[in-house]
Design a protein around this ligand. Sequence first.
Ligand code: ZN
Length: 468
Amino acid sequence: MREREDKPKRIIEAALFEGNIGPVTARELVAMPSAEWGMLRDRITDYRQGRPVGLLCRCAMCGDPVFIRARKKNNVPLPLFSHFQGGGLHCPWHSGSNADPNELREAQYQGKQESQAHRLLCEQIEAMAKLDERYLASSVNAYRPPTESEYGRFPDVAVTWRDFPECVFEVQLSRTFQTEISARCTHYEREGVALVWVLFGFDPQHDAVPQNFIDVIRRHRGNAFIIDRDSVAAAHDQRTLVLKCYPQNAHGRFDPPRLVRLDELVFPKDSLPYMEDRISKALFERIDAARRPCFAFLKTINGVGYGVERDSEERDALISALRAIAPQLSYWESARENEENAVLRLVACVFSLIAEANGKRRIYGTKQPNVVAMLNTWLHTREDIQRCALIFEYLLQRSPLTHLLAATLGEHIARAKGIMEGNLVLEHEPEWSVLSHLVPEIFHPLIRDELRYLSALPPWAQSIDGVS
Ligand SMILES: [Zn+2]
């Protein structure tokens, strides 16, 4: 066995996601926070299950579909792309045989699937549901006939209350397979039933939370639900179903638990219920932190003529934050000062547009009365802004201001594109990196896509007709 371990392992160096995510390298994947690659992993599985939120991902070498495998290294799960069983046979990046999920599954179910404790926990959930005065019906491990699907299923616990979403509880053992998790999510989503996973054997103090628990916790937006003596006692006090929830924090660890009534959970239309959305929260905290020096600077030039050119501490701080993202801020300007002015002027334009899209009019770095006058003037007189025509077009197509493309601003953008043809700022250039750092909701395809998946894309980053 040792010999095999020492052999260098071939890995899939990059994979291509369909739609607007595009290529992701193995290196980028490993660098992602676990909630981020985990979400991609879920969505690849979802695709196999035919869910609309699913994503197809292909090996960048052979084009065969791939999935994201989590491999533990020093107890930290590291993601890597992997061909499906039977795929990538002629791929130079193929790393040998994968375990056949069907065989693994058989091995799992031949073991006694339902332990005594599992059964007791299911009955406990049902008993709590019966305490509520809205209780109409429930079952444990009974066949639930389909309404929308071809086949029914055997949910661990099914609960119907008056004037309340139909709920299904699955008591999850650490061994449940990811394909099985996704299959159940898909099934109950199609059936319009709220699915709550109750973790059995979850230990928040333990460093190595099993991967399949992590997957389920993420699908519940960073909430781990369990049932214990506290929740059962609270259920009897409050005469309703009470769960214990451990919210996951930004470090992947778990905050102290809170008791939460089933009827206090948020029930999104097309994903699993949650107490508190920790995943979007962490994402927005990262975005806010990236934007902080930018807002500090913009505040100093709100409505100020030639504001971009004025020296200030805030300006210096923003410039050094941006240089950390793109050491050279523009390939167009040769002088450092012009390079800085150009990128800050672009930032002023973009944030004036976003303020307008957000219904809060702010004009940064000029005394112009509104953002259209600001842009039309600069698109007319400034080469550095003319070069950014594609950026403005991209932004407007992804904002509620899309209609401005059909008005004078659209004409000025078209004109600038004509003048600057061959010299327009293209997507691999620093200006785009800067904006994808400052405004990922619009300029970072992966984060934009995640926010959409979490139903958390802000209205100012959505076009009214729903383009991309
Ligand atoms: Zn391949």
